[in-house]
Design a protein around this ligand. Structure first.
Ligand code: NAP
Length: 334
């Protein structure tokens, strides 16, 4: 049997927490800062924090102008020094700059929420996990797609069923979803794996057994550092075939589907985990509320002094880059 990566869920003891927490009364919401005021901060984090009674958005760290009504810093270090009452930070910056910020925040005794992917490398995530444990802080490596409404029901249905094959199709229009995001095309930005890792976060959550990549083809535009398309083949520990087709060149209808066949029926998760069909019948789901789920989980982790760090989706991306055959394709221009 091949060695396969094991998802890592770690916990830290609340009894070894550092001192900043005692500056805030237990009944008060956690004062949190957002770092990086880009698309996901505006679209999801600010509204979700606003809806959660356990959090109070108390500072914004942005190189830009800030937001009216919120304490504004252009550097994280300045915020950490000036606002000891801000005990948590949500890092909404690109992966290439996230490690240094997470390290600084954990070192300063803050709890840290990481947007996905949790790092630009796997080793970064291990280092942060160790630091959080050593400092008695909470580290939450979020995977927002795992909070899509149909993911938990899909996982429950799959249970210990025997998977015979699975196919992931994640095809979207990069010009629509990532206009002008230079970092995503630079080394460490992951290219098409930026959305593709969302599919991998679902698959690693719902599949009854771990997967490992057996082959990969990555298409790189000749003028970019990161791939625009990737085709992956995996096996699970019983050698059931699993394929993934990630492509950023799809115009028209967008596809974020995962189909899993088992010896006792098949399921299809579509719309990025929002919709579920089992044996062709729709299973109704509640409305999408991924980031409400993320902040509910973060509140739970803070209350219990736990961390939640699962690097397995990132491990598959790293393996795809290690094992993948490189194909050079047409240049990409925004
Ligand atoms: P974005 O719109 O480009 O925003 C990222 C922000 O990070 C920038 O606005 C900037 O904020 C800050 N930043 C700091 N250093 C930077 C640097 N060297 N280069 C560029 N920006 C820098 O990106 P995003 O879509 O919000 O994505 C951020 C993270 O969230 C990514 O890891 C992404 O995978 C994840 N995510 C995105 C989405 C989505 O739908 N867009 C969904 C889920 C997760 P300041 O100018 O304020 O400093």
């Amino acid at each position: 049997m091949l060695a396969v990566p094991t998802p890592e869920r770690i916990s830290t003891s609340s009894s070894v927490r550092a001192d900043t927490r005692c500056l805030v009364k237990a009944t008060e919401p956690t004062r949190i800062a957002i770092v990086g005021l880009g698309k996901i901060a505006h679209d999801q984090h600010i509204p979700a924090i606003g809806r959660h009674p356990g959090f109070s958005l108390s500072a914004i760290v942005t190189r830009g102008a800030g937001l009216p009504g919120f304490d504004h810093f252009t550097q994280l270090d300045a915020m950490l020094a000036a606002r000891p009452d801000v005990t948590a930070v949500a890092l909404c910056v690109p992966p290439q700059v996230r490690f240094g910020m997470a390290w600084a925040a954990l070192s300063a005794g803050r709890d840290v929420l990481l947007e996905k992917p949790p790092g630009a490398t796997v080793a970064e995530v291990h280092a942060l996990t160790d630091l959080a444990r050593a400092n008695g802080r909470t580290l939450f490596a979020t995977w927002h797609s795992r909070f899509a409404p149909a993911v938990a029901p899909a996982k429950a249905w799959l249970g210990d069923r025997t998977v015979t094959r699975a196919d992931i199709v994640w095809r979207e229009d990069v010009r629509k979803w990532h206009p002008g995001q230079a970092w995503i095309w630079q080394a460490g930005g992951m290219g098409v794996f930026d959305p593709g890792i969302n599919a991998l976060s679902i698959v690693t959550e719902i599949m009854p057994r771990p997967l490992h990549i057996t082959s990969a083809e990555l298409e790189f535009p000749e003028n970019r550092d990161t791939p625009i398309a990737a085709r992956l083949a995996f096996a699970d520990t019983t050698s059931a075939p699993v394929t993934a087709d990630f492509d950023w060149r799809q115009t028209g209808p967008q596809t974020w589907d995962i189909r899993v066949e088992t010896t006792e029926g098949a399921l299809t998760l579509s719309a990025g985990g929002a919709k579920l069909e089992i044996d062709g019948r729709t299973v109704d789901q509640p409305a999408e509320a991924e980031y409400d789920g993320i902040y509910a989980r973060f509140a739970e982790l803070l209350a219990t002094g736990m961390s939640d760090v699962d690097a397995s989706p990132l491990v598959h991306v790293a393996d795809a880059f290690m094992l993948g055959r490189r194909i050079v394709t047409d240049p990409f221009h925004d």
